[in-house]
Design a binder for this molecule. Structure first.
Ligand code: ADP
Ligand code: MG
Length: 279
């Protein structure tokens, strides 16, 4: 570091930052009773610190498998995954995860669901409560801090799940179709909420969805995956200005990006269709 400072300030700024996530040549194969199923086929991508990357692709293409491997819930068959330069062997508190279903503790209040992680990491009751209350305010649920999950709507439960994932102050947040079970209106509100939250937390986010609109609205970069075995077909940089909201969908620049993405998806759909026709 001293050496870099001794040269010039310009060279310090130009020094390449270590990616937050590096996925290199990742393949995942599952043994099934019909033989081996290649779920993910030589997938490589980097995610820069603070970047918001969306992975989009059809159901069954391996999106969850890629995310689970970054989380340390799945083991690579081939290839490597580094998070902040270190290989991933198991789940860690620096990496938070949000799933399609909120999976809250039904017997705990909203506040206690969110305080659970910090308590497990050794924070005092008062510290954990302060962390939880701050996050509850951030996701707009202050009035519901003492409510139990089964009294909340699906969207509110998912906001609790996001707050709970953020409670351990993860530097990387992995989100697996977190709004997939919500109606279209709630979904748009949740997307706006996440965009606002993201500007405050500065975490690196990898967000999986099969909804191309959701991907473009949220992301700095969209990775489009093929039908299984999952490969990355195309990376699309989303240079729409931030702060952003879901109303960006009405902008011409948005529509041009969506057309690029749809062209890739349509060509791949046709290829998969013709292949299944031939077999
Ligand atoms: P996506 O999230 O894109 O819908 P998944 O990652 O869940 O796709 O699945 C990719 C492929 O891997 C699918 O063919 C699925 O059936 C298979 N798969 C996922 N998990 C397992 C598992 N634990 N055992 C066997 N096959 C699996
Ligand atoms: Mg999935």
């Amino acid at each position: 570091m001293k050496l870099a400072l001794a040269s010039s300030s310009a060279s310090v700024e130009e020094a390449p930052k270590q990616p937050a996530i590096q996925v290199s040549n990742l393949s995942i194969v599952f043994d099934t009773n019909r033989g081996q199923n290649i779920a993910v086929d030589r997938v490589s991508f980097d995610v820069a610190p603070g970047e918001f990357v969306c992975i989009v692709g059809p159901s069954g293409c391996g999106k969850s498998t890629v995310l689970n491997t970054i989380a340390g819930l799945e083991v690579p068959f081939e290839g490597d995954i580094l998070v902040e330069g270190a290989p991933v062997y198991s789940p860690r508190p620096e990496v938070g995860m949000v799933f399609q279903q909120p999976h809250l503790f039904p017997w705990k209040s909203v506040r206690k669901n969110i305080a659970h992680g910090p308590r497990m990491l050794g924070k005092s009751r008062a510290e954990a409560k302060a962390i939880a209350d701050n996050l509850i305010a951030m996701v707009g649920l202050t009035r519901f801090a003492d409510a139990y999950p089964n009294t909340l709507s699906g969207g509110m439960q998912q906001r609790v799940a996001i707050a709970r994932a953020l409670a351990n102050q993860p530097r990387v947040l992995l989100m697996d179709e977190p709004f997939g079970a919500l109606d279209a209106q709630t979904r748009a509100v949740m997307q706006d909420n996440l965009l606002a939250l993201r500007d405050r937390i500065k975490a690196t986010i990898v967000f999986v969805t099969h909804d191309i609109d959701e991907a473009i609205v949220l992301a700095d970069r969209v990775l489009i995956m093929s039908a299984g075995p999952g490969r990355i077909l195309r990376e699309v940089a989303v240079k729409l200005p931030r702060p952003r909201s879901s109303s960006v969908m009405l902008e011409p620049a948005y529509l041009a990006l969506k057309k690029d993405c749809l062209d890739v998806i349509r060509a791949e759909g046709l290829r998969a269709f013709n292949q299944s026709d031939a077999s």
